[in-house]
Write a protein that binds this ligand. Structure first.
Ligand SMILES: *Cc1c(COP(=O)(O)O)cnc(C)c1O
Length: 219
């Protein structure tokens, strides 16, 4: 069982790591995917402003438990692979769509959640499985989102599992795209690579394991 005390202590440790890496003020999104609703409760109790969820169905189940539309819950960041036909189901639960990587998702979110805040997910690793659009496609997607009336706050990327030099070059690419497009947020860095991400200029790290412990298999 995940408790507020536990998450508060772990959050303190993550903040110390962030400070040691050079940015004590980086935004920390608590990734609660793969855990029960108590993880969101504990995240709220620990004072996290945002949590990350990856699966539409899991998010809907947690809403049934918690009533996420009412009360003072952290913002919900959707960070997982998103199917177009799931957007409608979760549109009123999601505050920030971080994993937008193709035109059909922009059009669907524009329709189901007018004016929503999104981030464009960019493929910054050499693994085919991580999702995200080609770096060459980012500018067009951002322009399309603007035309659809969505608010593009920044870009998101997931680094390769690999040697630090490879991870770092992915982060550097994402940061340069954020700067080129004059965006604000750069969502990169997780439990295992947050220090590298901070060194490369992330504004938002997404931390699951180091805040909530290991996830159930498949989470
Ligand atoms: C699961 C996940 C995370 C958190 O990963 P940890 O290694 O547990 O910190 C961050 N970002 C995305 C997109 C994820 O899917």
């Amino acid at each position: 069982m995940i408790t507020v005390e536990e998450v508060t202590a772990r959050l303190g440790a993550v903040r110390e790591r962030a400070a040691a890496a050079g940015n004590p003020d980086v935004e920390i999104i608590g990734v609660t995917k793969g855990h029960g609703p108590e993880a969101i409760r504990a995240a709220a109790g620990a004072g996290l402003r945002g949590v990350g969820e990856s699966y539409a169905q899991e998010l809907v189940a947690k809403d049934t438990d918690l009533g996420l539309r009412e009360g003072h819950w952290p913002q919900i960041h959707f960070i997982g692979r998103l199917q177009r036909n799931k957007v409608r189901r979760i549109a009123d639960l999601v505050d920030v769509w971080q994993s937008v990587d193709r035109p059909e998702l922009i059009d669907e979110i524009g329709k189901r959640s007018p004016g929503a805040q999104i981030m464009v997910q960019v493929h910054i690793s050499n693994e085919a499985t991580k999702g995200g659009c080609d770096p060459d496609a980012v500018a067009d997607l951002v322009a399309r989102a603007d035309r659809a009336g969505l608010r593009v706050s920044g870009l998101m990327g997931i680094a390769a599992l690999g040697p630090p030099a490879e991870v770092r070059s992915g982060f550097r690419l994402l940061r340069s795209l954020v700067d080129d497009l004059d965006l604000t947020e750069c969502s990169m860095g997780m439990s295992g690579d947050m220090e590298l991400a901070i060194e490369e200029g992330t504004t938002m790290i997404r931390v699951g394991t180091d805040l909530f412990g290991p996830r159930s298999p498949g989470g």
